[in-house]
Design a protein around this ligand. Structure first.
Ligand code: ADE
Length: 415
């Protein structure tokens, strides 16, 4: 099978990106080193549908080191770093990814990696798992199991499981504490602003920022927004989360009210059409719309097109919409996940933990998948704990062990 990438001549630069990421991912390096002592993929094909970034290259090279035959496609049509794709191709990975794939090409790339007949399917957003379960061509594909990186993907997998059609076990990497507490919160918190700042080059201090969604991602974004000195408002539909946001010190109000005050709107809900034309019409001149969720459904981009007289790109990753009502609003990265489209995704240090969970979960599936229930399974506690221990060690942090007395005390109930 031959890779399909934008430009093989970018491989040298991609190698430097890999080196930079790997050198800042000591937790992943340690995880690979330890895993190599016990496990090997023995040449098994592994399909990887993740954002093709320098951090992903560190994971993919780890899988290769462990004897896997890796087939890689992107988890988003706009997130591929072409130099990284070229580097991985030059290292013998089958890569089907380039920045700016159209929808048909995006889906075709996923089909290509599945044609490698993977034993393990690693996914981010569930498009690879959905393709296996939805398309005739892959009816007889029978992997040992899979992994899933993100909240949105886990929600889709649970729906697939509920329908009774899930054909193999999938470990929900997102559910590991060492994933969502750090990647979703600190990773997205930082990288979303990285995307906004690279795209707009504007000041955040003193601005009104509206964050839609107060899950782990929304929390991270709202906290960083406050750190920039922005007046931060949270929009939530869940009453408990809304209350938490209020007690964390944020303003909380419905979308229809916040639409009138925001300078920046950042969606992180996993839901569809959170910002609709009725909201956009009431926004201030110059409002900036940003999506931080996995899919490009949170802002109604089609509706936005319909209420605009004209659209033009005013900076890379910034489209200006001149609305029929005379105002202008700006959309970052076509409404796709802004941290990966307008920046480089989460920093390597945080992906180091997420991808350690991915790697160890892939090993677990390879070794035990055939005996596991065909369900969406949380990351086993021993893996989560191991990643945390590797992370502490990499940061040079020591912690106490509970004493025997404390262990006993923790297990007693008597008065
Ligand atoms: N998801 C968010 N940030 C990422 C990154 N840097 N690499 C791969 N997947 C990501």
């Amino acid at each position: 099978m031959k890779s399909k990438i934008a430009d093989p001549s970018l491989a040298k630069n991609g190698a430097k990106q890999y080196e930079w990421a790997y050198n800042h991912m000591p937790i992943l390096a340690k995880t690979i080193e330890n895993a190599l002592k016990k496990s090997n993929f023995n040449g098994a094909p592994i399909a990887v549908c993740l954002h093709v970034t320098k951090e992903t290259s560190a994971l993919v090279m780890g899988l290769k080191k462990m004897g896997a035959d890796v087939y890689l496609a992107a988890a988003n049509p706009l997130s591929t770093q072409n130099d990284v794709a070229a580097y991985l191709d030059s290292e013998g990975v089958y890569v089907f990814a380039w920045r700016g794939e159209n929808s048909r090409e995006y889906q075709d790339c996923i089909r290509q990696i599945l044609r490698g007949k993977p034993e393990v399917v690693m996914d981010d957003g569930c498009d690879a798992h959905a393709t296996i379960h939805d398309e005739k061509e892959f009816k007889s594909l029978n992997p040992r199991g899979g992994t899933e990186e993100t909240t949105t993907g886990v929600i889709r997998l649970k729906a697939l499981e509920k329908s009774g059609k899930l054909r193999y076990p999938v470990i929900a990497v997102n559910n590991a504490q060492t994933k969502h507490l750090f990647d979703n919160r600190y990773g997205t918190g930082q990288s979303t602003f990285d995307g906004i700042l690279r795209a707009t080059s504007l000041l955040m201090a003193g601005k009104n920022v509206v964050v839609c969604g107060y899950g782990w991602v929304g929390r991270g974004i709202a906290t960083r927004s406050r750190g920039f000195g922005a007046l931060t408002t949270v929009v939530e539909v869940d009453p408990v989360r809304a209350l938490e946001a209020r007690m964390d010190g944020f303003d909380v109000m419905p979308m229809s009210e916040s639409a009138k005050i925001g300078d920046f709107f950042i969606t992180a809900t996993g839901q569809t059409h959170v910002i609709r034309t009725e909201h956009i019409k009431s926004m201030k001149e110059g409002a900036i719309l940003v999506n931080a969720g996995h899919f490009d459904v949170e802002i109604d981009v089609k509706g936005l097109d319909e209420i605009a007289k004209s659209v033009r790109e005013v900076r890379p990753n910034v489209d200006e919409y001149a609305l029929l009502n005379g105002k202008k609003v700006y959309l970052i990265g076509k409404g796709r996940i802004a941290n990966l489209v307008a920046a480089e995704g989460h920093p390597p240090e945080v992906m180091s933990m997420s991808f350690s969970n991915q790697l160890l979960s892939a090993v677990r599936i390879y070794e035990k998948g055939k005996t596991m229930e065909k369900k969406t399974i949380d990351v086993p506690k021993d893996i989560d704990d191991q990643v945390a221990r590797n992370a502490l060690e990499a940061m040079g942090i020591k912690i106490d062990e509970p004493t025997k007395e404390q262990l006993k005390y923790g297990e007693s109930w008597q008065l």
